[in-house]
Design a protein around this ligand. Structure first.
Ligand code: PLP
Length: 379
């Protein structure tokens, strides 16, 4: 069976964990965690990076940093993972969903402005499949309406938009190192604070609402409870694991991009004949990270049949997401602005093919052949 995903290990993870163990510092913010912070700050170019225990945690910190009041609104796509919305619902805010673009399945930047009300406080840009949202336009709208932009860059580490890394363009960026992402630590995430005015408070919220980080730096002589917060920092063992991955970050992304290109090369004849649609090509200024390769089929029935056909051929393909506006909690806690026609249509037709570091060329050939056979379009 070809699995859908297989976590990749670079080889150094266990020795770095052993090193952290030997040093006897197991709680958060030890040497490896600091090395990870420095990597994000220097490599990506963000004011302050903080490891968290998940992208979900990072989004929750971001929501706290927005200083939301009950009934405040946050604009986002419905075609995303639940945490994008949940983080704001936890603060009593209302997610306002707008439709997505046909080509990237990212939020349609041209629909954002119509969804803005006097209660709107923030926009969440989710970079689906590691391909950038139209950030220039989104930042321009946010600036004009005095809104905070949060990038949900869970899938987008090391992708770029006009030469800038995703997660570093909005006021705040959120990353995930869940084992289904490109660079992993099992569970894990990071908060990228790009706007300096949020830096001090982010650190405090992450440390249970205390100024312990300032205490460790010798900036205050005792630490105390100064704000709301929670425990959002991961153990040093997670930092050790993650650092081993970050050292090979570029190489991991290159490998995934190569697999993506191979799929595109093998399957583009199908798209040319109109059997299905492939992810759009990279536009000038947009560089992906090979996070995902998907097909968009004719309808829901064709998708179900393709998934079954691949399973019978020993290949696990999956789909996601159930649009949040149609989910029970989405109906209860959120609202839509305008039609969700593109979201509803594409979410029923998308299927993801296996894509992981150790996927061999023979596997890619086998998967592509099985997809072609499904359409009766063998070589
Ligand atoms: C994976 C993912 C998340 C959640 O990440 P965790 O680290 O598992 O909390 C959030 N948003 C998007 C778009 C994701 O793909």
């Amino acid at each position: 069976m070809i699995p859908f995903n297989k976590p990749y290990m670079t080889g150094k993870e266990l020795s770095y964990i052993a090193e952290a163990h030997a040093k006897g510092h197991l709680a958060g913010d030890g040497e490896f965690t600091k090395k990870c912070h420095a990597w994000f700050e220097q490599r990506l170019g963000t004011k302050k990076a903080l490891l968290t225990h998940s992208c979900t945690a990072s989004l929750e910190i971001a929501a706290l940093l927005c200083g939301l009041e009950a009934g405040d609104e946050v604009i986002m796509p419905s075609y995303t993972f639940v945490s994008t919305a949940n983080a704001f619902v936890l603060r009593g805010a209302v997610p306002v969903f707008v439709d997505i673009r046909q080509d990237t399945l990212n939020i349609d930047e041209n629909l954002i402005e119509a969804a803005i009300t006097e209660r709107t406080r923030a926009i969440v840009a989710v970079h689906y499949a590691g391909i950038a949202c139209e950030m220039d336009r989104i930042m321009e709208i946010a600036q004009r309406h005095d809104l905070i932009v949060i990038e949900d860059a869970a899938q987008a580490l090391l992708s770029t938009y006009k030469g800038r890394y995703l997660g570093t363009i909005g006021h705040i960026g959120c990353l995930s190192f869940h084992e289904t992402k490109n660079i992993i630590s099992g569970e894990g995430g990071a908060l990228l604070v790009n706007d300096g005015r949020f830096a001090e408070r982010a650190e405090i919220i992450r440390e249970k609402g205390t100024n312990r980080s300032q205490f460790f730096r010798g900036q205050v002589d005792k630490y105390t409870w100064v704000d709301v917060g929670s425990s959002y920092l991961p153990s040093e063992l997670i930092g050790a694991f993650l650092y081993a991955q970050l050292e090979h970050g570029e190489e991991i992304i290159e490998r995934r991009r190569a697999i993506f290109s191979r799929y595109a090369e093998l399957l583009s004849p199908l798209a040319d004949k109109g059997f299905c649609r492939l992810p759009g090509r990279e536009e000038p200024g947009i560089r992906g990270n090979g996070h995902m390769f998907y097909l968009i089929l004719e309808n829901l029935d064709a998708r179900s049949r393709l998934i079954r056909h691949l399973k019978e051929a020993g290949i696990l393909a999956v789909f996601h997401y159930v649009p949040l506006h149609s989910a029970p909690a989405g109906i209860k806690y959120a609202r839509v602005n305008g039609t969700m026609a593109v979201t509803e249509d594409l979410s029923e037709r998308l299927v993801r093919l296996p894509l992981y570091h150790d996927l061999e060329d023979a596997d890619i050939l086998k998967i592509s052949a099985a997809v072609k056979a499904f359409f009766g379009a063998g070589d």
